[in-house]
Design a protein around this ligand. Sequence first.
Ligand code: FAD
Ligand code: NAI
Length: 475
Amino acid sequence: MDHDLIVIGAGPGGYIAAIRAAQLGMSVACIDAWSRADGRPAPGGTCTNVGCIPSKAMLQSSEHYEHAGHALAEHGVEVSGVKLDLDRMLARKSKVVEQNNDGILYLFKKNKVRFVHGQASLAARVDGGFEVAVSGAEPTSLRARQVIIATGSRPRALPGVPFDEQRILSNSGALSLSKVPARMGIVGAGVIGLEMGSVWRRLGAKVTVLEALPDFLGAADAQVAKEALKQFGRQGLDIQLGVKIAEVKPAARSGPVRISYTDSKGAECKLEVDALMVSIGRVPHTEGLGLDKVGLQLDERGFIPVDGDCRTEVAGIWAIGDVVRGPMLAHKAEEEGVAVAERLAGQKPHVDFNTVPWVIYTSPEIAWVGQTEQALKAAGRACKVGSFPFLANGRARALGDTTGFVKILSDAATDEILGVHIIGPLASELVAEAAVAMEFKASAEDIARICHAHPTLSEAMKEAALATDGRALNF
Ligand code: FAD
Ligand code: NAI
């Protein structure tokens, strides 16, 4: 055998699994196909190249642009002549991505993980393991006792409307538009639709979002979703719910994209845009992986079936991240990668999906962990609810960002925290306290009794915990 372990895919699931396995003394190779424009490897997967990292870079830059234009005057800072240099903004985003690509290559070196740049496919079962063929600049084949598949996901297209990344955009095209479209359409008001819609609206596009479901952000707590819809509407995002797309006519070379749809009342509508982003979910990426060569089959939705420990049906082959069931999140992929590596080393790790936090990096940010109030009600679980608005938080007032609230749900009998839902400033950071609390099975009373620094946004968490018992102090 060449190695103890081969990891296919160097996204957040794969590269983290490779590093953890190497830390535990295994000989590891990690194969990834993603290339930079000049052909050099670009490890980091969707997350680093066209996902989490570039989208957050663009969200940050576009927020600065919007603040410079609108929000600073209130602080007594007068700015005139604010101009957008989109080329520079995109160049900065690319630089941030490359820094992350290089960081992963450095980490592979540091941890003695062998990195192979190319397309991998399972070639055969061999005595005591598997053979993996790699095509690319330097074709090769490797053998290992264990294989982790971490090949991620790709965007789902509307039937009959392929991505051209010029006018019909996936997340990739939407992160690289060389010009701000005057009118942008988005199909799907999910996480990508809201984040990328916010970026291009801030940069000047008139954004219309067409969502099939009648409810907005159904996975979020209903109260948070309601507040978010109100805020996004105020900002100028035109979000239409309950629509049914009838036809999308892609543009001739330079013309507009024409969309016909019926709205929630059944009326026939037409929309003309300069660019249309389709963000209606992602599908697992398994093309050309040679699963049949080792006797693996996909489930009816195209995922690789695994058990709770990420074992596939073939002993010795594991699968993690977006290519298996569960939320398509980078940190979920990472946790699974670490857990599989530790399992291979004989340890007994555990990933609790109930404490995986969710974040939507819009403004206001939305973050949650655990159950929603509507899910608890549906399950018949009695809970106490405590909310605290940022309007009553001193730090939020000083920041000039008082939108939103923290909401804590705790068990009616035991007071154990069952869910925490935040909409407002730095919700993405605040949710970490909630995840820690839930991992430790904390009660709302525990949070209420912890001394939180003043003035901080985190005091809203303490106050929401106090509010579950009707004793908020500042509201
Ligand atoms: P991926 O990151 O998709 O990596 C898979 C890798 O495997 C890729 O590099 C691919 O080239 C490689 N590969 C595939 N097949 C082969 C093969 N046969 N041979 C060799 N290599 C192969 N999640 C968050 O948690 N937070 C966010 O803020 C966030 N923002 C996002 C924004 C956008 C626009 C998008 C699209 C996604 C975002 N996500 C976010 C989701 C996150 O990117 C994914 O959940 C995460 O990347 C999944 O990790 P993974 O390792 O399973 O797969
Ligand atoms: P999504 O699942 O978040 O949202 C897709 C939306 O499209 C849904 O609301 C769905 O009802 C709607 N939809 C589906 N078909 C439709 C149709 N034909 N017409 C109109 N609407 C339709 O998927 P999205 O936004 O593509 O993102 C994929 C995944 O990437 C997310 O689920 C998430 O896991 C991950 N992601 C995470 C981020 C984060 O953590 N901040 C950021 C971006 C993506």
